[in-house]
Design a protein around this ligand. Structure first.
Ligand code: IMP
Length: 195
């Protein structure tokens, strides 16, 4: 069976990705060792593509990587591709956003999660998949599931934060789940081509 390297050291991302891709005829492998790819000021796509290509270069197998971020509409899309850099820990990052929105009503709390996935192959192909989910920044964190900003990302149609969903429920509606649905089709095609 061919291998697929999931180029992330984030356990939450790995859990969601391996669950969504489990039916593929590919052996899903976590990143065997840390690869350091500096995330620059570039776009989500450039960061994801760099990570996936680096993993292919190191391990010689198909690789998938993502770059994602939170975009608060009333803050002009902030923090966006800087989502990881606005604090040292998830708690600090959450508090940064909550402070910036202090005293603001729901209409100023509208937000998007965006995920861009890159799939790179040893024969030099590079494919892209993308997904978004719309929600609101909650007034306080709630829920123990997920990771990152999930405890403050409120989904009005569920009446819950993203952190109150289990991995399958999150994948069914999330930015990453949507991108992974596209990625699964691309990987299926790549598998068929190399038969
Ligand atoms: P990156 O894609 O690893 O660069 O993530 C950027 C920031 O967004 C990190 O602080 C992540 O914890 C956060 N993040 C990425 N994906 C999610 C998600 O699905 N839910 C909540 N936070 C996320």
């Amino acid at each position: 069976m061919r291998k697929l390297i999931i180029a992330t050291t984030n356990k939450g991302k790995f859990r969601e990705m391996s669950k969504a891709l489990e039916e593929l005829p590919l052996q899903i492998i976590p990143l065997p060792s840390h690869i350091y790819v500096e995330e620059g000021e570039e776009s989500y796509w450039e960061n994801a593509a760099r990570k996936a290509m680096k993993a292919v270069e190191m391990f010689g197998e198909i690789a998938l990587a993502d770059d994602s971020g939170l975009e608060v509409l009333s803050l002009g899309g902030f923090p966006g591709s800087r989502s990881k850099r606005i604090g040292q820990t998830d708690e600090e990052r959450i508090n940064t956003i909550l402070r910036m929105l202090e005293g603001k009503g729901w209409e100023e709390r509208e937000a998007i999660f965006r995920c861009v996935i890159a799939i790179a192959t040893p024969d030099g192909r590079l494919e892209r998949a993308e997904g978004i989910v719309r929600g609101y920044i909650a007034y306080e964190p709630k829920g123990e599931g997920g990771f990152g900003y999930d405890p403050i990302f409120f989904l009005p149609e569920k009446g819950k934060t993203m952190a109150e969903l289990d991995v399958e429920e999150k994948n069914a509606i999330s930015h990453r789940g949507k991108a992974l649905k596209e990625a699964k089709k691309i990987l299926q095609r790549l598998c068929n081509e190399c038969k």
